[in-house]
Structure formats: structure tokens, C-alpha cells
Write a protein that binds this ligand. Structure first.
Ligand SMILES: *Cc1c(COP(=O)(O)O)cnc(C)c1O
Length: 431
């Protein structure tokens, strides 16, 4: 069999992730490899650590990448922090809370959960009460859960955890760079993320940051050969995974540079570029950009006469769950969006399956042209399906938001490559 060089169709990815990668990230990833201990490579690793301190807003020394998708970061954090038999509290408000619970169970934890109806979030008081009742060693909580679009407020929760001597882990994969987050100001002990949401990269690298408390807990589970022992190791149960042993991964990223895995060099180039671009834009400006384009998309779908699922006051900036109107086949409409307009929007899981579409405005696609194009296409798909929509009601409502707000700019406004990869301009070109 002969296959041709890969040539994916032009798509505008407006679902809950992955989204189109910033072309500058793709270019960075095509750079040539260097050896694992080449001073250039260890230099890049140190730069990545410093860049992600900026992204997470932390001074944590232990800030690095876990190789793998976001789930690799989650699994590394939980399996390294949870001693078998330890109590873990997981407040669940969507699909990813169930994932944290499942991974904690596999790590041997005794897991206690609290659950919210989908579309709602927890108050700090509810979390404190659950901590008092369960006395866990670790609290594992998602910030933004794309399954419901909710953004769990985290301010104050770290303080509650410190007061009760509980370690605090959070998964910010979906929310980081699109919604406010500050690891240090919010006293979070362990944070993991991914690139394919608001950071504008492909999936495959999981940035992580760990507080001193978390590092201490993990290092006590370090079991090493004589010669590199330093007296801190071996007090806890050895971490059950080699690949996800954060004690070993820290020894690899740290000054010891102890060999562990072969760092995924191309992914590291991509992760470095994602963070570099974000800090160049400014984290707060990127959050403001997501807020603007998310608000325009929200106004647009409402302008089409569609209902929005969940507690809008706690919605993430970067994704909206749109109720599928009566009489419209949700899957057929998604197929029409893709086939007729090259635009992907998201389906949904669990209790929301068949009830809502999820539409994202994140990372490289948190842009005015992407929002307007998606709303215009959605209007035509709804009309073709027999729904009654106000002509131009979606794009018109979004345009009003943009007119009322000084433009927060585009990701890479001054970058030529943005133009050359515009979905409309690249359409119909057959190389
Ligand atoms: C999208 C998402 C992930 C993705 O995990 P992958 O392993 O990269 O697929 C993880 N956590 C949350 C909260 C997400 O929204």
C-alpha cells in the first residue's frame, strides 16, 4: 500500500478542545532535535520551567512538563501524591471529577465524593464542610470542567486546605489561560494542565507545578539506589508507576539530571512556544480576550434564540453549552457544520448527551472572525433543519458586543501566518 503525505482538510475547531494550534507553535515543533543532555536542550528545559512559572503564576521551583496528554499530568500528580489507603476527597461537578475519582481509586485511595447537579459549582463553605466531615489527606478538584462548561471558583479553597492540613490538587487543563488562575495566590499545592485548550497547542504535553509541601510529600516516597540517596527518601510507600513517578521526573528536570525517560523534544518545543506566546500577550490580557470572545459567542447563540445550559454566572469564558432546539437532530447539524462549512462544534457526554452542543472560543480560535463565521454557519444549518431563527440574529448580537468593547486584539495580530491559515482563504486550495 502506498499512502500519500498527510494533508488534513482545513477545519475550524470550535468545540471544547482540541482547537487549531497556533501556526507559530506548529513551526516551533518542526525544529530539529538535539541530544537529551545537549546544553541547548537542558537550556530549553530550564526556560520551559521559568515560562510555566509565569503561566501558573507561581514561584514553585518544581514546575515542568509531564510527557503525555493532560491525563498523564493528572495521573502523575495523583499517583505520586496519594499513599495507598489515604483518604482523598473529590467534589464532582462534571465528567472530569469522575475521572479524578477513578484515578484516585486506582492509586489505592479511600475516596470520598460530593456531587453537584451538572451545571452547578460548589461553594467554599460546602467544600470546607466536606473536609471537616471526611478529614482527607488530599482534595482533588477540577477548575474548569468542559463537560458542563462550569468554572469552579478556587479562591479561598487553598486556605481552607492549609487550615485543615490537606493537600490541594487541581486540574486546570480546560481553564488555564482563558480564566483567572493563580497557583500561589490561591495556595494550590499541585496543578496540572494541557496545551490543547486555551494555550493554543496540540495535546501531548502536560505542564505541572508543585508547591514545597507537595514536593516534600512526593520526595518522601522516593526510593533510590545507594550513591544518590540524600536521606530524604524511603519514608513513604514507593510510587506505583515508574513513568509517572514525579520524584524521578523531578530528579530528571532538576540539577541532578538523572536519566528517566527521553524527553519528548518536539512537544517540549511546542509547550515552550505556547507559554512564550501567552506571556508575550500577557496572561491577564489573554484571559480578557477569552472573556470578550466568549461573551460574543454567548450573545450570538442567544441572539439566534437558543437557550444556554447551566449557571451562566459560573460559565468558563472559553466554552458554552447550547441547548439543541426541539425538532433539530443534534448530530445531523454537527455533521452539516463540518461538511458544509468545515467547522467542528462539540457533542456532549452523560446526562447532557443529545441535549446540548458545546461551542468553544479558545486559544488560537478566541478570535472575532472565528466567532462570526461559526455563528453565521450555525444560523444556516438551523434554518436548513427547519428551525425558526432571526436572520442575522446571531452574528448581529455578537457584533454589538464587539462594537461596545474596545477590541482586545487577536492572538498573534502582527503575525503574517495568521492570515495564511484563515479557514476561508485556505479553502478550495488543492495542493
Ligand atoms: C479536556 C480536558 C482534559 C483532557 O485530557 P487529555 O488527556 O488531554 O485528553 C483533562 N481535564 C479537563 C478538565 C479537561 O477539560
Amino acid at each position: 500500500m502506498t499512502s500519500r503525505q498527510i494533508n488534513p482538510p482545513p477545519r475550524l475547531l470550535m468545540g471544547p478542545g482540541p482547537i487549531n494550534a497556533d501556526p507559530r507553535v506548529l513551526r516551533a515543533m518542526s525544529a530539529q532535535l538535539v541530544g537529551q543532555y545537549d546544553p541547548a536542550m537542558t537550556g530549553y528545559m530550564n526556560e520551559v520551567m521559568e515560562l510555566y512559572r509565569g503561566v501558573f503564576k507561581t514561584s514553585n521551583e518544581a514546575t515542568f512538563l509531564v510527557d503525555g496528554t493532560s491525563r498523564a499530568g493528572i495521573e502523575a500528580a495523583l499517583i505520586s501524591l496519594i499513599e495507598p489507603g489515604a483518604k482523598v476527597l473529590v467534589p464532582i461537578f462534571g465528567r472530569f471529577g469522575h475521572l479524578l475519582k477513578e484515578i484516585a481509586v486506582r492509586a489505592g485511595a479511600e475516596v470520598a465524593v460530593r456531587e453537584k447537579t451538572w451545571g452547578q459549582v460548589f461553594t467554599p463553605e460546602e467544600i470546607e464542610q466536606a473536609i471537616v466531615e471526611e478529614r482527607p489527606a488530599l482534595l482533588a478538584l477540577v477548575q474548569g470542567d468542559t463537560s458542563t462548561t462550569m468554572n469552579q471558583p478556587l479562591a479561598g479553597i487553598g486556605e481552607i486546605c492549609q487550615r485543615h492540613d490537606v493537600l490541594f490538587y487541581t486540574d486546570v487543563t480546560a481553564s488555564l489561560a482563558g480564566n483567572e488562575f493563580s497557583a500561589d495566590a490561591w495556595n494550590v499545592d499541585a496543578v496540572t494542565a494541557g496545551l490543547q485548550k486555551c494555550l493554543g497547542g496540540p495535546s501531548g504535553s502536560a505542564p505541572i507545578t508543585l508547591s514545597e509541601r507537595a514536593v516534600e510529600a512526593i520526595r518522601s516516597r522516593r526510593h533510590v539506589e545507594a550513591g544518590i540517596a540524600d536521606g530524604t527518601e524511603g519514608r513513604g510507600t514507593r510510587i506505583a508507576s515508574n513513568y509517572f513517578d514525579l520524584a524521578m521526573i523531578m530528579d530528571y528536570w532538576g540539577p541532578q539530571r538523572l536519566n528517566h525517560h527521553t524527553e519528548a523534544t518536539s512537544m517540549l518545543y511546542g509547550a515552550r512556544e505556547c507559554a512564550r506566546l501567552l506571556l508575550q500577550e500577557g496572561v491577564d490580557d489573554a484571559v480578557a480576550r477569552h472573556e470578550l470572545h466568549g461573551r460574543a459567542m454567548l450573545a450570538g447563540v442567544q441572539g439566534l434564540g437558543l437557550q444556554v445550559f447551566g449557571d451562566i454566572a459560573h460559565k468558563m469564558n472559553n466554552v458554552v453549552a447550547v441547548e439543541i432546539p426541539a425538532g433539530i437532530d443534534g448530530d445531523a447539524a454537527r455533521t452539516a457544520m463540518l461538511q458544509d462549512y468545515g467547522i467542528e462544534i462539540g457533542t456532549s457526554f452523560g446526562p447532557l448527551h443529545g441535549k446540548v452542543w458545546r461551542i468553544g472560543t479558545m486559544g488560537y480560535n478566541a478570535r472575532k472572525d472565528a466567532v462570526m463565521l461559526t455563528l453565521a454557519a450555525l444560523e444556516q444549518v438551523l434554518r436548513a433543519g427547519g428551525a425558526e431563527v432571526r436572520p442575522g440574529g446571531g452574528a448581529g448580537a455578537a457584533a454589538e458586543i464587539y462594537q461596545a468593547q474596545p477590541d482586545r486584539g487577536q492572538p498573534g495580530e502582527h503575525d503574517q501566518s495568521l492570515q495564511s491559515t484563515h479557514p476561508l482563504q485556505s479553502r478550495g486550495v488543492s495542493p
